[in-house]
Design a protein around this ligand. Sequence first.
Ligand SMILES: Nc1nc2c(c(=O)[nH]1)N[C@H]1C(S)=C(S)[C@@H](COP(=O)(O)OP(=O)(O)OC[C@H]3O[C@@H](n4cnc5c(=O)[nH]c(N)nc54)[C@H](O)[C@@H]3O)O[C@H]1N2
Ligand SMILES: Nc1nc2c(c(=O)[nH]1)N[C@H]1C(S)=C(S)[C@@H](COP(=O)(O)OP(=O)(O)OC[C@H]3O[C@@H](n4cnc5c(=O)[nH]c(N)nc54)[C@H](O)[C@@H]3O)O[C@H]1N2
Ligand code: SF4
Ligand SMILES: [Mo]
Length: 671
Amino acid sequence: MSGELKVLGACPLDCPDTCSWVVTVRDGEAVTMRGNPDHPYTRGALCVKVNRYLEQTRAADRILYPMRRVGPKGEGRFERITWDEALDEIAARLRAIVDEHGGEAIWPYVGTGTLGYLQGCEGLAGRRFWNALGASKHWLNICSAAGTAGLTRANGTAGGMDPEDFALSRLILLWGTNTLTSGHHLWKFIQDARADGAYVVAIDPIRTRTADQADEHLAIRPGTDAALALGLLNVVLEEGAQDDAFLAEHTQGWDGFREEILRHPVERVAEITGIPAERIRALGTRLARTRPTAIRATMGIQRHEGGGAALRTIAAIPGVTGDWRHPGGGVAYSTSGHVHFTIDARDDLLPGPVRTRVMTRLASELDTVRCLWVYGANPVGSTSDTTRIRRQLAREDLFTVVMEHFPTDTVDYADLVLPATMQTEHMDLHAGYGHLYLLWNEPAVEPPGECLSTTETFRRLAAHMGMTEPSLFASDLELAEELLSSGHPSLEGITLDRLRKEGWVRMSYPKPFTPFAEGFPTPSGRLRFPPAGQAYVPSYATRNAGRTPYPLTLVTPAPHTFLNTTFGNNPELRRRAKGPVVLVNPADAAARGLESGRRVRVHNDAGAFLADVEVSDRVAPGVVASPKGRWPKFSPGGANANAVVEERDADMGRGAVYHDNLVEISPCDGP
Ligand SMILES: Nc1nc2c(c(=O)[nH]1)N[C@H]1C(S)=C(S)[C@@H](COP(=O)(O)OP(=O)(O)OC[C@H]3O[C@@H](n4cnc5c(=O)[nH]c(N)nc54)[C@H](O)[C@@H]3O)O[C@H]1N2
Ligand SMILES: Nc1nc2c(c(=O)[nH]1)N[C@H]1C(S)=C(S)[C@@H](COP(=O)(O)OP(=O)(O)OC[C@H]3O[C@@H](n4cnc5c(=O)[nH]c(N)nc54)[C@H](O)[C@@H]3O)O[C@H]1N2
Ligand code: SF4
Ligand SMILES: [Mo]
């Protein structure tokens, strides 16, 4: 390549915004990366993290060659080997494990490092290869499973509003979502709505930077959102503001659900949620009188034992108010449900039925695993119960392979490390989970060192193992063609050629988009209200308050400067993030004699991590908060918040419970 060219790509990270980016390439080098000004959702801006993406691709700690472990597991000492040596060793080990223990003893553990449909967790990445080997299936429950299940029970899909239509809303509830940190591009649409008089309420146990910018903040007790939804609907009924025609035509189970609402008067809900009754009444009245109302609820709200029920009950709100009729009304959780690619992992290649292993249950499920194959994931940083995970990963009878960009804490336990391409170096097809565009990521530069893409790694491995099934060798472009070939009306007119030329295309949905104005994709065509007694499921922390030695509920939300553990090794972003902190309410701090800056141990029966106290009224008494995403090896004491996140499931979808753990904090004079 010579001269200068502009290459269109897409941000691969697990963020709803899936930005369109423009890479300027000069003489084969990527020199700048900018948000695409032509993309209606990106609007020319990336974010504080991805502004450093090119710097990351060239970082000194980038993994560039296959490596074999030389020291004990966990120490992270490796020697460089060739790809052929790596593939030989892998082929021999995998064959031996399949012969001796069966394919199920292999766990392909794919995370959300990239959301690409070719290279990452949303699509095919390696799945055909694993099926051909008869490996265990992997349930990616770590992020959004409970909410997805709850919404699907209500609406038949987790897809809902087009976030762009928030510009048309008159009341906006930012419910368990930190927009300005976790997907800031929505904010411009919220600002457009505000310019037309919309009122914005943040419902969050933490006064986040988003709550600071809202018109009102309700500091809800964690895990009690479904109760709040019932209380708000109680006021809607008092006001007689339910949409009787919508209820009759488009919902089922109303009689029972109505009774459930009547059992939740504002005073009772105030006790459950910790929000003053008059504030609930005021918001309920506003909700009753404001059409359209848009609710943005993302993943934070469902990282609790009752997380599925929370989304299901929140989904009932626009069913009662009839907001789904109105452009700018409804609930927006994820737009993934509107993406209709053909994703054929070729289950027919499986030799027989295989078990499914649950991502957040790594610590216990590893008992019966002989090969853990990690890609796009960093379990020692991101998964629950990391103390036990480390013990398991140290097992000599476990063969661990990690495909990575950087020497993460998980890489430290690998037997073999395979160098992976980054987004500017491979091709991929993307859809956002916070907008309705498809994006094509064209590689901008050649991969450095001997990095290979996920698809190419599995093609070579299949060849090395003597496999002959043709679909294991499909090229990236063939896979992309296949993904786009579903014939679903939303893909009408969208060809691979067009995507490659234009970089991004909006799926064929109307604008504005009222997905359920005429009914819901459930078998009856109706929204299903929660059955009696299932509308509010108390969280673990609520259920066990006062019953354990651990009185404080720990919430571990998204950090502003990292994306899960991605960028956790970037020196400038680490500097901006400062040391690990834990927010503690002044009353809880005083009761423990703690001042800001004091190093503490945050602990429970699962483990402990260290952080510095920030005394702050941003959290209510009884709640403490410490952001996720820090690399354990760069943290004091060598652990992050996931040392105290227990292996438990939410009520639906086996979802994760990252914001539903009880801890104590104690002064610490250690490191
Ligand atoms: N900068 C940055 N952006 C990110 C990420 C990141 O790590 N950093 N992560 C990405 C990923 S993987 C995801 S899934 C999304 C997640 O994005 P969000 O859904 O925003 O996820 P969280 O930060 O976990 O939680 C959001 C808010 O929910 C609040 N919350 C916790 N428990 C409750 C509760 O019981 N009720 C209510 N009402 N609120 C509660 C938290 O205090 C937090 O402020 O963001 C993505 N974007
Ligand atoms: N305490 C707490 N923990 C949490 C959460 C929380 O709210 N609180 N949130 C959870 C959520 S929402 C999520 S989604 C999970 C995320 O957990 P994981 O899925 O484990 O994601 P990351 O920690 O970001 O690690 C992703 C890794 O993939 C690598 N990677 C990126 N792109 C590629 C690629 O193309 N190829 C290969 N081979 N590797 C790649 C990156 O370098 C990075 O090391 O974390 C969860 N962990
Ligand atoms: S992390 Fe989100 S906001 Fe940042 S560039 Fe990627 S998609 Fe855009
Ligand atoms: Mo996530």
